[in-house]
Ligand binder design. Structure first.
Ligand code: HEM
Length: 399
């Protein structure tokens, strides 16, 4: 038994979550026309060399025109020097100081959401793990909380459409899925375009206004770049922290010793969160494109090939982590790749860590027991590159 992975049969094809090390850290997968990268040192080599391993990979999955429109201003798809410029502009608006200033608001909001929970059973995703990060990002952007349901509908449509990506041309399922995702992103885009126009007319004290006004070397973001960036924030805000919270509770439920240890010593909450990101990495994979012929772990990879870099497999690499399949809430050091590495390191990491730390602390304070319910199983996001719950029914005992 390997904890929550076997308990809930998560991603049956992800062998690395089940105690099996890969035969080779880099493998070509004929069925999807991509290279899987499973190893930690190999992932670091890729993430540290954006000139050789480009992030502008969307055009290999979607028609080039669709990719160009949908990803202009999307940091995850941009290479240097453009990436450096964009990241500098958005980092000016999304600062550590601003995030640290949210602590009290996140605390109040978590209590407010949990106050609405009645009885001794509830769905953690619905009650807290989903609304908390979304409300925080809506507030930051200056978007009315009341538009949350509409934003959720677009994010869900986009998520539901996602499957295993393939570089094979003419894959009908992928074409349908990308069309669905593009439709949801476009509708969300029009929504944000209207909000941008409103802010241009009457600026506010919010992230959207700061994105409009931010300037680096005399350059500002275009409306399309602002819209694509806010789409990315909204999407990241919708699911990633939700997965982190859900995964952490799943681990504490599956490993009662870890649960008891953290309850006894709350100073472990920050390392618990890092271990959760390693053990069940919400963003399980990222994609890169080779810009020249390369040799990686002894494999010769030609120019123009897509690599699926499995952060979640690298996070179980026995060459880097002692006892990689042991869930250790005090693991330190923990050089996991749950937030990526290098120039694309997650911009929202300080916010996700803060939300995770506060929400978990409050959950442990308010509930003496948080247990899954074998009769009402959690459901999971299906795309292979996401690892996290869609719903997480819990039975609880209040303190
Ligand atoms: C990038 C994971 C939360 C915004 C990334 C990357 C990872 C990641 C792995 C790098 C992808 C790559 O290199 O291909 C996560 C996880 C989160 C989380 C596990 C929560 C537990 C957030 C939040 C936000 C956010 C809350 C913002 C509201 C971003 C942005 C990038 C990014 C903008 C692109 C950075 C760049 O390309 O320069 N995230 N993320 N993330 N994340 Fe997060």
């Amino acid at each position: 038994m390997t904890g929550p992975v076997d308990q809930w049969d998560m991603h049956p094809q992800h062998f690395w979550l089940r105690g099996t090390q890969p035969e080779h850290p880099v493998e070509y997968d004929e069925s999807v026309g991509m290279w899987h990268v499973y190893g930690h040192p190999e992932a670091l080599e890729i993430l540290g060399d954006p000139a050789t391993y480009s992030s502008a990979v969307a055009a290999r999955f979607a028609p080039a025109e669709q990719a160009a429109v949908a990803f202009d201003g999307n940091l995850t798809q941009t290479d240097p020097p453009e990436h450096q410029k964009l990241r500098k502009i958005v980092s000016r608006t999304f600062t550590h100081k601003m995030v640290a200033g949210l602590e009290e608001r996140i605390r109040d909001l978590t209590h407010e959401l949990l106050d609405q929970v009645e009885g001794d059973t509830f769905d953690l995703a619905e009650a807290l793990a989903y609304p908390l990060p979304v409300i925080v990002i809506c507030d930051l952007l200056g978007i009315p909380r009341s538009d949350r349901d509409q934003l959720k509908a677009w994010a869900d449509q986009s998520l539901a459409a996602r499957g295993q990506l393939t570089t094979r041309q003419g894959d009908a399922a992928q074409e349908r899925s990308l069309d669905d995702q593009a439709e949801a992103a476009m509708e969300m885009g029009f929504y944000f375009l209207e909000r941008v126009a409103e802010r241009r007319r009457s600026p506010g004290d919010d992230l959207l206004t700061r994105l409009i006004e931010a300037e680096v070397d005399g350059e500002r973001l275009t409306d399309r770049q602002i819209v694509n960036f806010t789409n990315l924030l909204m999407f990241a805000g919708h699911i990633t922290t939700t997965m982190l919270l859900g995964n952490t509770i799943l681990c504490l439920d599956a490993f009662p010793d870890a649960d008891a240890r953290v309850r006894k010593d709350r100073a472990l909450v920050p390392t618990l969160i890092e271990e959760s990101l390693r053990y069940l990495s919400p963003l399980a994979a990222g994609y890169r494109l080779t810009t020249r012929d390369v040799e990686l772990a002894g494999r010769r990879i030609p120019e123009g090939q897509v690599l699926e870099v499995w952060f979640s497999a690298a996070n179980r690499d026995a060459r880097v982590f002692t006892d990689p399949d042991v869930f250790d809430p005090a693991r330190d050091p923990n050089p996991h790749l749950g937030f990526g590495r290098g120039i694309h390191f997650c911009l929202g990491a300080p916010l996700a860590r803060l939300e995770g730390r506060i929400a978990l602390g409050i959950l442990l304070d308010r509930f003496a027991e948080l247990r899954t319910d074998p009769a009402d199983r959690p459901t999971f996001l299906t795309p292979p590159d996401f690892t996290g719950v869609w719903s997480l029914p819990l039975r609880v005992n209040r303190q």
